[in-house]
Design a protein around this ligand. Sequence first.
Ligand SMILES: Nc1ncnc2c1ncn2[C@@H]1O[C@H](COP(=O)(O)OP(=O)(O)O)[C@@H](O)[C@H]1O
Ligand SMILES: [Mg+2]
Length: 489
Amino acid sequence: MTRSPAAGGASAARSLRERLPRPSRLSLAARLVLLFAVGTSLLLVALGIGLTLLLRTQLEARDREEIDGKTEAALFALRELGSAERIEASAARIGNITVGHPHLQVGLREGRRWLVRPMEEIVALVDAHGNDNIPHLPRYGRYQLDHDIWWLRRIDFVTADERTFVAYIGVHVSPAQHLMERLLGSLLVAGVLGVMASALIGWFIVRRGLAPLQNIAREAERVTADRLGEPLRLEDAPEELRGLVGSINRMLERLQASFRALEEFSADIAHELRTPLNNLMLQTQVSLSRERTAPEYQEALHSNLQELEQLQRMVSDMLFLARADRGMLAIRREPVDLGAEAASVAEFFEPAVAEHGQRIVVRGAAGIEGDRGMVRRALTNLLSNAVRYAPHGTAIHVEIRAERRGAVTVEVSNPAEPMSPEELSRLFSRFARGSNAAAAHAAKRSADGAGLGLSIVASIMRLHGGDVQAESASGRVCFRLRFPGAQPD
Ligand SMILES: Nc1ncnc2c1ncn2[C@@H]1O[C@H](COP(=O)(O)OP(=O)(O)O)[C@@H](O)[C@H]1O
Ligand SMILES: [Mg+2]
């Protein structure tokens, strides 16, 4: 067989997928810790951003307050001094408003003459930009000096005698900025440490939290085929695992039921084989107990042959059921004329029917696509039951009806004691025989009858995609085969 390239590509992709670590293969603890760590780091980052923004606005507000405050102080002093002479004489008073505040600078000049000289950098800045370009009260400019950031504002003050003095107020805002950078740095370190710590704590928490899972695993370890009946202890399980434990326990119950069915099945087989084997042994022992004539031996062998035939039938029935169960039976699809098959099977039973004074009435006709051999086998099983269980002198009906869409039903009915629906559905289980079976056995001693006939009918119908149902009404029991119509392949 050659492989199509598409199939090869798909399988290559599949094997690649299998080799890649999938998230679902991560241990539960690792996943939880990872999620925990991601969650905490997101929280810390959000907290950091929030804090930084808050701090920045606070610091800016403080700096603005400072520049405005010093502006007011300078204006107050200038107004109080009033005249140019007094300003010139007491310029130091203006200079004093920033004493003790190294991050504040004040300057005062008239024309190009500094009365109060600020630090050289500010002087250079004013010279570089030109006096008129420094923003005037109430505005201020933002300037970068080397690594420092300064806010600077100009105040023009005209005295009564028309002389103009210019005051400069500067605030060094960088210290605040440095503070923020330091804070951010420590926040980052704290964040990394915090994430590590939370992962560690998470690991311990998760391990403790998942301990009940290990308990369940230990409990499950105890389960063996002969201890399926003992459920995992549910009362120890935490709320979230109750569902899982419950499902496992229900699975154990189902497994136990299957195991029990298997055990019963083998016990049934042993039991069913024992009767014919005992009969064989007994007859053989009796025959051998003394000298016999040739016709006597012949009769013993003949009776042994009947037992052997029944054994063979039972074994082949069991084999058929086992194969059908394991899907080892392929059915052939061929046109089957149900009317003709029913008539031919009825003819086969003619001698037995005549012996019991019964009659078989076949009505209707229809065709299906199916396995002729199996269909015959199903009809044979139903008719042999009918002949066996219907009272003497009664009529057995076979009615074939074509339904809608090519579906076909076949009903085989005969007079019988009423049976409950439970009793009827039980008849289809293996080795199941109804209460009327013993009487029929005693009366006719038919070779048939291990209780497998209806199970085989059910299997055959399943293989054909149909089903079989039993119904008991107005003194008759009716077995209805339903073949589905043509199925899409
Ligand atoms: N046509 C019928 N009329 C009355 N009882 C029936 C009929 N067919 C089946 N049964 C009941 O169903 C039981 C199971 O049938 P079957 O599986 O064929 O086993 P067996 O015929 O070996 O007993 C029978 O033992 C009998 O009690
Ligand atoms: Mg039968």
